[in-house]
Design a protein around this ligand. Sequence first.
Ligand SMILES: *Cc1c(COP(=O)(O)O)cnc(C)c1O
Length: 462
Amino acid sequence: MESGKKRSWAEPFKIKMVEPLKMTTREYRQKCMEDAGYNTFLLKSEDVYIDLLTDSGTSAMSDRQWAGLMLGDEAYAGSRNFYHLEDAVREFYSYKHVVPTHQGRGAEHILSRIMIKDGDYVPGNMYFTTTRLHQELAGGKFVDVIIDEAHDPNSRHPFKGDVDFEKLEDLRKKVGREKIPYVCIATCVNMAGGQPISMANLKKLREWSKEHDIPVIHDATRVAENAYFIKVREEGYKDKSIAEIVYEICSLTDGCTMSAKKDPMVNIGGFLAVNDEELFNKARNMVVIYEGLHTYGGMAGRDMEALAIGIEESVQFDHIRARVGQVEYLGQKLLDEKIPIVVPVGGHAVFLNAREFLPHIDQDQFPAQSLAAEIFVESGVRSMERGNVSKGRNPETGENYRPALELVRLTIPRRVYTQAHMDVTAEGIIDVYQKRDKIKGLKFVYEPAYLRFFQARFEKIG
Ligand SMILES: *Cc1c(COP(=O)(O)O)cnc(C)c1O
């Protein structure tokens, strides 16, 4: 079927193996949620009906990827699968050198350690939890330079991931280029709702970066989804392939960190890729300390093989159209019922706007956390909070950050669920919306020091 026309599409695969789901009662789910301290991260997977917690490592591998596992060369050094991965990174992402890591944060750790000095500033188009933490642990300070529209869940801006050059210039003038080791740019910004950056903005950033001699490091976790949005939204890209657009994006940056658990559809893995020889040598040296030898990082040979194949599959048009199309399908079902969600719908998830969904709950009583718990009890669908709990506390004041975006994320794994699962999900959320006045806020009973959203426990207020 040709692209462009608005007509039905179906998943571009057929199902070879199935994994049965457990159906549960409301009472059972209520008990599960209490046991989990109202934190969906603490639920047992087997109690979940439709799992939209994350798209990280939860995608279905293809038959080719599974076959790739059997080609694993588990040599300690110089595994054949590493060279296949290196070829794939060069061919599809343009970067010269690759250092495998156990997952994305392994790459962020190494990058931050080799590039950031104490007292540095790292501008980025919004933060990501692990990225910012590694920058801070290395002595840096994250500075948000995304356009204001990204913080407005109702703005219809087509490229909410764009950089605001006024903010970037302000920072450079204030602290000087020596204090800016690199600009950190995410494609399809997760925390903004899976919102893309435009090629025009990236090109402008490239000019800026050359002028001031400050490199650009790309969080490439969702680069293929971003490329799809550029193809359908940005002038001049309609006739380019997803692979060409992905390559062009990467060529405008100096290196990347990748969580291979997302776009490239493997269950575990990641890498750091750079063009600069000296930086590569430092990274390759550091990976030995924290991950493993530079030709496997944190990965088994078979996983590197599945990753190399997944990279190739991730840039196929039919795949990415169905992937983003399924997310849009769920979003549209909710919009039809006037449920407040972040618009435009992003590439990997639908984000419910918990501020508007539950206006009666103060942000320090964690409306998004509470809503995620309620959706699970109602429908067995697992989502997650992206708001005040995820953002954490300001280390200087000790107060919650109270971010502008207080969201519940419904993240769609790649190639796992069907449109019927999306229908059931939408129906559950619509039911919760009709009873929203009765939903109460939460308070902490346990608050971990780092990335608190993963392990925090809550109880209901009142
Ligand atoms: C998931 C993710 C990471 C971290 O990767 P892990 O594989 O979970 O360690 C970094 N950046 C973005 C944008 C992500 O979505």
